[in-house]
Design a protein around this ligand. Structure first.
Ligand SMILES: [Zn+2]
Length: 438
């Protein structure tokens, strides 16, 4: 039987966490260029002051990642707190406050990274420091991993580590970004916590149509732009079936029982719902967004080349090769070449696990009325690499935010309410303690 939660002065804990987060936001790790070395210096100094050793991993160009371990007794495999240290760039003119000042005003901590994901990173760091300070005996190694380059494809971060130091990624369970609480979903006000057990895979494609140039006054059949437009039209008209995976059946069933999702959690019910709601459609189907198109040099010249980019997001379990072959058949034009720019793919984690149950009980201990659901992240995270290694890597944050605040992620005026950050700190600590205490 686990000991009950140690006595912690949560006000002092939160004050320290806020101070660290505010200073961490000032470390500008906008990616590109990233310069995550600065984040490693910042975190390393805090760890060193507590007498916690750490390692950094250097792929060059100041793109360092940092890893620290509190050793356990080896009774179970490691538990990893994973966070990325880079942030997406800002458009300063759209912000109401300095994005890299870490100001605290009106009960909110402002700045790039407050939500994605320096806030969760600091909640994880505070957990790590507190386990050390309290001398909590561990049945497994507790790993703190601050990762570079998540926001620009992870090639200098987890993908580089996987190629060069795969042993550093060993863990049974990981907590990472991708999940969290929302105060409102589908128009119903009630806390819902999404624990992400899978994510959609990006498939970024470029369509290149080639034809014969000519004078605009004499149209012919081999106009590259016409060809591209025909291809794009076929892509738009392509009807792709919905797919309701076991995770999403569980997701919608739980929401339906809670009265949050009003329809039937069946393929028929969800088909109707998806027709009217792009969020539901994105969860249940492979999506395609046309994102750029370029062609032509002059008003009266038929172009010899036309290009467009597609941002496709594939359901967990759908292989990029298979989808691309289908797309090629839909376009059905050998003079439209499909070039692959980027592809990701990952396994689905089970949700019938010790970690899922622990997260669920911790959330309910803090908030009886909360609904906890296993979910699919529509964006991608470093968890894809870990899931493909057989690791349980959940997107989990204890933060509870309204949907309006979510717009700050990769958007303007990113900020986190102090109350949400408090919950995040408390829940991340408690989940970690219950999973790791000997
Ligand atoms: Zn992120």
């Amino acid at each position: 039987m686990l000991a009950s939660s140690p006595a912690i002065d949560w006000d002092a804990y939160l004050a320290e966490a806020i101070d660290i987060l505010s200073r961490y936001i000032r470390v500008d790790t906008s990616n590109p260029p990233g310069r995550e070395r600065l984040a490693c210096d910042f975190l390393g100094e805090i760890l060193a002051a507590e007498g916690i050793p750490f390692e950094t991993y250097d792929p060059g160009q100041d793109r360092l990642s940092l890893r620290a371990i509190l050793p356990g007794n080896g009774a179970a495999r490691p538990f990893m707190l994973l966070n990325h240290t880079d942030v997406v760039p800002v458009q300063r003119e759209f912000w109401e406050d300095e994005p890299f000042a870490g100001h605290i005003k009106d009960g909110e901590i402002w700045g790039r990274g407050a939500l994605d994901m320096k806030g969760l990173g600091v909640a994880q760091l505070m957990t790590f420091l507190t386990v050390k300070r309290l001398g909590i005996p561990l049945k497994r190694d507790l790993v703190f991993f601050a990762m570079a380059d998540e926001e620009a494809g992870s090639e200098w971060g987890i993908r580089w580590l996987e190629r060069n130091h795969p042993d550093t990624l060993d863990a049974e369970f990981v907590i990472n970004e991708g999940g969290g609480g929302t105060t409102e979903l589908f128009g119903v006000e009630r806390p819902v916590y999404n624990v992400a057990v899978a994510e959609k895979g990006p498939l970024w494609l470029r369509l290149v149509a080639e034809g014969r140039p000519g004078h605009g006054s004499v149209p012919h059949e081999d106009n590259a732009l016409d060809r591209l437009v025909r291809a794009m039209y076929r892509v738009q008209e392509w009807q792709r079936p919905l797919s309701v995976s076991p995770v999403l059946t569980e997701y919608f069933s739980r929401l339906s029982r809670a009265g949050i999702y009003k329809g039937e959690a069946t393929v028929e019910g969800l088909t109707a719902a998806a027709a009217g709601d792009p969020r539901i459609r994105a969860l249940l189907s492979n999506t395609i967004s046309a994102t750029t198109a370029t062609s032509g040099i002059k008003h009266n010249v038929i172009p010899a080349r036309a290009e467009a980019t597609l941002d496709c997001r594939l359901l967990p379990g759908v292989r990029p090769d298979d989808f691309q072959a289908e797309l090629e058949a839909v376009i059905d034009d050998p003079k439209v070449r499909i070039e692959r720019v980027h592809a990701g793919w990952s396994e689905v984690n089970p949700f019938d696990t010790e970690l899922f149950r622990t997260i669920e009980s911790v959330i309910h201990d803090h908030m009886e009325e909360a609904v906890v659901v296993p979910g699919v992240t529509v964006g991608f995270t470093d968890s894809s690499v870990l899931r493909n290694r057989g690791t349980i890597s959940y997107g989990f944050s204890g933060g509870l935010n309204n949907p309006e605040l979510g717009k700050g992620v990769h958007g303007h005026n990113e900020r986190v309410p102090v109350e949400s950050f408090r919950l995040n700190c408390q829940m991340v600590f408690e989940v970690t303690r219950r999973m790791c205490e000997a």
